[in-house]
Design a protein around this ligand. Structure first.
Ligand code: HEM
Length: 139
């Protein structure tokens, strides 16, 4: 019998490859900067090259790759301060979907998008907790 041991499994990060992860991140944040609703919250980013590098590493790890740098992240409070909400999240996901489908096969793009959905739901839940009894905004 030909059993695949857990450590032999190829991660989604490796299937996509580091250069393509970086390409998706680069193209996504270039489009963000002129996007009708996302450009404004993202105007707080001062150093785009540094932001792209941090996010490339974030996705590399989130997609199962081995760490290549030692960044620390604090996405929940950073997103809260940037005015994160459900509408912006939908716009973010739609744009991300467009970009992954521009650069990757439909299979790899959908697999990555599934991780986006999970992380997005989690960010929304944590953001709602921070909003506390002010509740989820209606926008
Ligand atoms: C599933 C969707 C999203 C994911 C996976 C994601 C991921 C991330 C990550 C990992 C960071 C870096 C955080 C850190 O350095 O600690 C970040 C930063 C940021 N995100 Fe998101 N994000 C998402 C959606 C959004 C949305 C909808 C907005 C709109 C408000 C947004 C606005 C920002 C901004 C402005 C920053 C920079 C914050 C700063 O450097 O102070 N993100 N995001």
């Amino acid at each position: 019998m030909n059993l695949i041991k857990p450590h032999d499994r190829i991660s989604l990060a490796e299937k996509i490859g580091r250069p393509s992860v970086a390409l998706v991140v680069d193209d996504f944040y270039n489009r963000v900067q002129t996007h009708p609703t996302l450009a404004k919250p993202f105007s707080i980013v001062a150093h785009w090259q540094e932001h792209k590098q941090r996010i490339t590493e974030f996705w590399w790890i989130a997609l199962g790759g081995k760490p290549t740098a030692s960044y620390s992240y604090d996405p929940v409070s950073k997103h809260f301060l940037a005015g994160f909400n459900q509408t912006l999240l939908s716009d973010w996901k739609a744009l991300f979907f467009e970009v992954t489908h521009t650069h990757l096969s439909p299979e790899l793009a959908s697999a990555w998008q599934q991780r986006v959905e999970m992380i997005g739901e989690n960010l929304l839940r944590q953001n709602d907790k921070l909003l506390g009894d002010r509740g989820r905004p209606s926008t």
